[in-house]
Write a protein that binds this ligand. Structure first.
Ligand code: NAD
Length: 359
């Protein structure tokens, strides 16, 4: 969809300043480029730890309001993710309104790159849903403030996300069973995309039994064939009798319905925004289900973008630390009777409070 510049301005006045997701954002930039049809929102939440680093998502939002809500939520989340991951970057995110297949063009990507460049390095962009490494190359012709291009930096970050989730699962097993071995354990992986499939492979190599689901049958058949996995319907992925539920597809997967039905003592997966609402963290605690906060366990990808100059070995060592961070969060939550999400949030807020001035 495309929103006209006039309508955009009207909607901005109505929505931005009293928006419930605004939560102290430092800067929100609305960009339009009538020549290419670009309509974008770049949200910079917090730069106390450094310039805001977060990807750009292209999505056919129904309205500017919906796009703004998504940008503000994602940008706020990046502040917390980067802080707990120990990165010297703040939180930001960009969204482009439109359908990636129908509205994307090299000219539109270039126009987006120019908008990023005008921010002078306050915001560094990267790939998210709807954009590809090829789009990053187009953006990189307009601005240096981009990560995850094949030519200049490490490309696809998802293997590092999968590595972090794998070590997060080991930490969760250790906390729950005082045994981090995957031999004889069963993991239900929902979503076999870039992250989910790489994770599934690692789990298989470590001796885990796998139950897999995806709306894409080809991916499921491949996991059954290559990894001896058992297939279930995606809507039953959380009802499996297993040790770990690893959501690697959708947000809001942890809601009133799924939590009531969950049959597994651990939730540890890559998907962003797994809790439908904050209160679902408490709902998991009430059922004694150990939850690895999504933005902590899935930080391997942003670590890959942030540390683009590091050697593979150094980056992998840093990503493995996600397991240690989660162990500390699990122990803190248990000792204080808090949810793991509350402890993670506090960890982020303490780091932010001790940081210097804004970028
Ligand atoms: P992807 O698009 O490659 O894979 C998603 C997979 O989920 C696809 O195979 C898709 O068919 C499947 N899927 C979609 N709807 C489904 C449903 N209803 N039930 C089951 N499967 C369904 O995405 P990805 O890069 O693997 O990312 C997976 C999740 O991890 C996303 O939530 C993403 O935001 C998050 N994440 C990814 C990274 C990364 O480095 N790629 C980093 C952090 C977080």
């Amino acid at each position: 969809m495309q929103v006209s510049p006039k309508e955009t301005l009207n909607q901005i006045h109505r929505t931005e300043l009293d928006h419930p997701e605004f939560r102290g954002h430092e800067k929100v930039v609305f960009g339009n480029d009538p020549d290419t049809g670009l309509s974008t929102i770049i949200a910079i939440h917090d730069t106390r730890l450094g310039p805001a680093l977060g990807g750009c998502r292209m999505w056919p939002y129904e309205s500017l309001e919906e796009a703004l809500t998504d940008a503000l939520r994602l940008s706020h989340g990046m502040t917390y993710k980067n802080a707990v991951a120990g990165l010297d970057f703040g939180g930001g995110k960009a969204v482009i309104l439109g359908h990636p297949r129908k509205h994307k063009s090299p000219e539109l990507m270039a126009a987006f790159g120019r908008h990023v460049d005008h921010l002078g390095g306050d915001y560094i962009t990267g790939e998210d849903v709807g954009l590809t490494p090829a789009d990053m190359e187009l953006i990189a012709r307009q601005t240096a403030h981009v990560r995850g291009t094949d030519r200049t930096h490490r490309g696809d970050p998802s293997p590092y996300t999968a590595l972090g989730v794998y070590h997060g699962i080991l930490a969760a097993l250790d906390h729950a069973f005082a045994d981090r071995s995957l031999k004889g354990r069963t993991v239900s992986v929902q979503g076999l995309g870039n992250v989910g499939y790489a994770l599934t492979r690692r789990l298989h190599e470590a001796g885990a039994k796998l139950v897999v689901s995806d709306i894409n049958n080809d991916a499921v058949e491949r996991a059954v064939r290559e990894l001896g996995a058992e297939a279930v319907d995606p809507e039953n992925a959380h009802r499996v009798h297993a040790d770990v539920f690893a959501p690697c597809a959708l947000g809001s997967i942890l809601n009133d319905q799924t939590i009531a039905d969950l049959e597994m003592p651990i939730v540890a997966g890559a998907a962003n925004n797994q809790l439908a609402e904050d209160r679902h963290g408490s709902a998991l605690l009430d059922r004694s289900i150990l939850y690895a906060p999504d933005y902590v366990i899935n930080a391997g990808g942003v670590m890959c973008l942030a540390k683009h100059d590091a050697t593979d070995a150094a980056l992998e060592a840093d990503v493995r630390e996600i397991g240690k961070t989660l162990s500390a969060i699990f122990a803190g939550a248990e000792a204080e009777g808090l949810t793991t999400r509350e402890v993670a949030d506090r960890m982020a807020e303490e780091r932010l409070a001790s940081a210097g001035h804004r970028h």
